[in-house]
Design a protein around this ligand. Sequence first.
Ligand code: M1P
Length: 234
Amino acid sequence: IFDVDGTLTPSRQKMTKDFEKFFSKWAEKNTFYLVSGSDLDKIKEQIPWYILERADGIFTCGGNKFYINGNLIYENNFKPPKDLIEYLTNQLEIAPFLARCGNHIENRGAMLNFSVVGRDCTLEERLKYFEWDNQVEERKKITKEINNGWSELDAVLGGQTSIDIYPKGKDKSQILKHIEEIEKADEYIFIGDRIDEGGNDYPLAQLMNNKDNCSSHHTTGWKQTKEILENLID
Ligand code: M1P
């Protein structure tokens, strides 16, 4: 089971040619599922179609939508509270990072994605925001305020620039039971870059670390993901 951004591809970028060469071969021989915070259109921009076709299933929007062979198997709905939208709109007005590139509150039907710099930012703006946020921890502050203010919601760090918001518990951990129903495997392994507390891979990693026949691995990017897979093969 793989996270996408930061695990199989650089965040919001296409899979590198080096990794594509390795992973396309690996994907021919192994059963695998993808689980992203992002939506299917963005995953399609990042991972070549022939590799996506080899996936046994694709969970998007933090496990709130599930596709097999391009067919939607289930979808959870989320209607964001009005006062949450007001709070996020206000954050956009007061956040000290100045660039506003568009598409700041993305409603994905099953979850919200919030970004001060905006999802329409360039790679340069994305990296600038990421670096700035690492110093001042703006996203951590906003997620804390949301988690304290709306007990029915969970807010977690997305990738480099954004925050994912969804109904409590509707996180990536919900996918394991679906995979276990479909695949009777001896072992289930998850690889993600955001498995630390507060990251969107954390709930699934925690669940798997505490279950028999399941484990999780932290990766710092596709190079390390490749190493992990090579070691697992060995
Ligand atoms: O898949 C990881 C995350 O990718 C994007 O995050 P960011 O723009 O912060 O790098 C978003 O699509 C986010 O929802 C997602 O969890």
